[in-house]
Design a protein around this ligand. Structure first.
Ligand SMILES: C[S@@+](CC[C@H](N)C(=O)[O-])C[C@H]1O[C@@H](n2cnc3c(N)ncnc32)[C@H](O)[C@@H]1O
Length: 276
């Protein structure tokens, strides 16, 4: 990819890659819950239920930051280098092929991936595409076991680290000089915000809501708005079984046969070839 120095530097800053060589140890890098053992989860739950701080000092693992399988303490995005590169790849393809539509991420955490989308647009001098930022800004919902069997026992909702307030995400955009009227926020649960979101067309649809329900809400409400030639990116395919199941169920129901391309241990994408 022919990235500018600005874009390459921004990627490193957004995912905290630039600290890599500074020291061997970094505090409080959480590992994704799907990678934790049941015993650890039980212990973690016990400590949290008693409001005991869980402060760990763990080894900074270069491979984890490249593949984005940790929960980084300071980065503005959890994605690693491979998935942030993929956002740039999708962006360049969309622009090269004049694929119409806005960009969205459902599940933004501190905002790093959507901040990067906005940076790519601004760097290319494009100001007629909106970046949509969809999140509860309160973390994940409790699993709705009755409606979504696959989410039974999901514990993402207990993690305070995943609840980043709207004001913090806005601040994160502004600290990179990237907050303007073409960044639009959809605050609330996806099941409430996505069906009524005033979005016409999308060129990039990035789903990062971890759970079956959150992934399915994104697919049901937004996939039909994705332009042919546009990209859908599923952040959690390789690390959250329920997310993968939602994607498979949706693809089967709508006979979606486009090839799924692996980005890294977690993320996949495909380019939409036909309308459903
Ligand atoms: C893993 S984080 C997203 C990471 C982010 N994309 C990044 O680049 O670092 C998941 C986010 O999805 C949000 N989320 C998950 N399910 C949701 C739902 N059903 N409605 C609203 N927000 C949801 C959470 O609040 C959280 O911010």
């Amino acid at each position: 990819m022919n990235s500018s120095l600005y874009i390459n530097l921004l990627k490193k800053v957004l995912i905290d890659y630039h600290r890599m060589e500074l020291g061997e140890y970094k505090p409080v890098y959480f590992t994704h819950p799907s990678l934790k053992s049941k015993v650890f989860i039980a212990f973690d739950n016990y400590l949290r239920s008693r409001n005991l701080a869980v402060c760990k000092v763990v080894k900074f693992k270069k491979e984890e930051r490249i593949n984005g399988v940790d929960w980084p303490a300071y980065a503005d995005s959890m994605v690693g280098m491979k998935r942030i590169d993929n956002i740039e790849f999708c962006f360049r393809e969309v622009i090269k092929n004049n694929v119409p539509g806005d960009f969205i991420e459902t599940g933004v955490w501190r905002g790093g991936s959507v901040i990067f989308m906005k940076a790519l647009l601004k760097d290319a001098g494009i100001n007629n595409r909106v970046v949509w930022v969809a999140d509860s800004f309160e973390g994940l919902p409790k699993p709705n076991d009755e409606k979504y069997e696959a989410d039974k026992g999901d514990i993402h909702y207990i993690f305070k680290e995943l609840a980043i307030p709207l004001e913090t995400v806005k601040y994160n955009f502004s600290k990179y000089d990237l907050l303007d009227d073409n960044v639009k926020f959809l605050k609330g649960w996806f099941k409430d915000t996505l069906p009524v979101a005033p979005i016409n067309k999308l060129a990039i649809l990035r789903l990062d809501g971890d759970m079956y329900e959150s992934t399915m809400d994104g697919l049901v409400n937004l996939y039909s708005k994705l332009s042919v030639g546009g990209f859908i990116i599923i952040d959690d395919w390789g690390v959250v079984e329920a997310c993968k199941k939602a994607v498979i169920d949706f693809r089967t129901k709508h006979n979606i046969t486009e090839e799924i391309v692996t980005i890294d241990q977690a993320g996949v994408y495909w380019r939409k070839e036909k309308q459903i």
